[in-house]
Design a binder for this molecule. Sequence first.
Ligand SMILES: Nc1ncnc2c1ncn2[C@@H]1O[C@H](COP(=O)(O)OP(=O)(O)OP(=O)(O)O)[C@@H](O)[C@H]1O
Ligand SMILES: O=C(O)c1ccc[n+]([C@@H]2O[C@H](COP(=O)([O-])O)[C@@H](O)[C@H]2O)c1
Length: 231
Amino acid sequence: MPSYLHFTSMTLGDKSARSLSRIGIMGGTFDPIHFGHLRMAQELATVLDLAEVRFIPSATPPHRDQPITSARQRAEMVTLAIADNPVFKLDTRELEREGYSYTIDTLQSLHEELQGQARLYLLMGLDAFVGIASWHRWQELLQLTHIVVATRPGATLPAGNPILDEFLQTHQVSSLQQLHAQAQNGIYMHGITALDISATHIRHQLHTGQSPRYQLPQCVLAYIEQYSLYR
Ligand SMILES: Nc1ncnc2c1ncn2[C@@H]1O[C@H](COP(=O)(O)OP(=O)(O)OP(=O)(O)O)[C@@H](O)[C@H]1O
Ligand SMILES: O=C(O)c1ccc[n+]([C@@H]2O[C@H](COP(=O)([O-])O)[C@@H](O)[C@H]2O)c1
């Protein structure tokens, strides 16, 4: 093949792959949403060059106690928290589904909606990743998305866990270039600013009459106070 033709086809190939937008999927209970979630989404959106991050509150989380506040209230708190960021979007598909909010179902429904026009990056903290082998149909997740894991204070990878070790050995990539070269199927670990904030601690503070101020957006705290949540 003449060298100019080879060059042209490579350029077109790169362009078409890059023109697919990258969408970050930020699932959570968000009971309530706080700066740990928002900062993680912001830092990963920057490093991955994401066109958008979808915040997807789970209606019925599969692996934990059920939320204190209603799905509608959690969605409203997310709406308030992300209102000033055009990259952040609320996605209510899990709230509209019956039954447990399994991530595999969410990824499948996103694929149906996006029709191959975007690549998915499932964002999660290290504490969530450590439990991933207990997720519903977890071995199919990477057929639909990349997984990007952010550090979280207090969370570490357990030593000598054969399932997680093999999952990482098979799928972990060490560079962003490698990650973006694949359509899905990669795991990428990224260190973010350590914010030792959790919704559990915020709920405890509210329940015991302490102020959780400066751990979550003021507009979310105002909403919590307006409806006397978590008392
Ligand atoms: N401070 C944080 N730093 C990094 N990741 C976080 C932080 N807080 C939450 N995450 C991640 O955000 C996602 C959603 O978390 P979730 O809504 O369960 O918040 P949480 O603070 O862990 O809540 P809870 O205390 O009720 O379990 C998970 O992937 C979790 O790992
Ligand atoms: O699909 C599953 O089986 C599954 C099991 C545990 C957690 N998840 C998802 O992981 C995300 C973070 O969960 P959580 O419990 O830390 O809020 C949230 O989107 C959950 O729906 C998903």
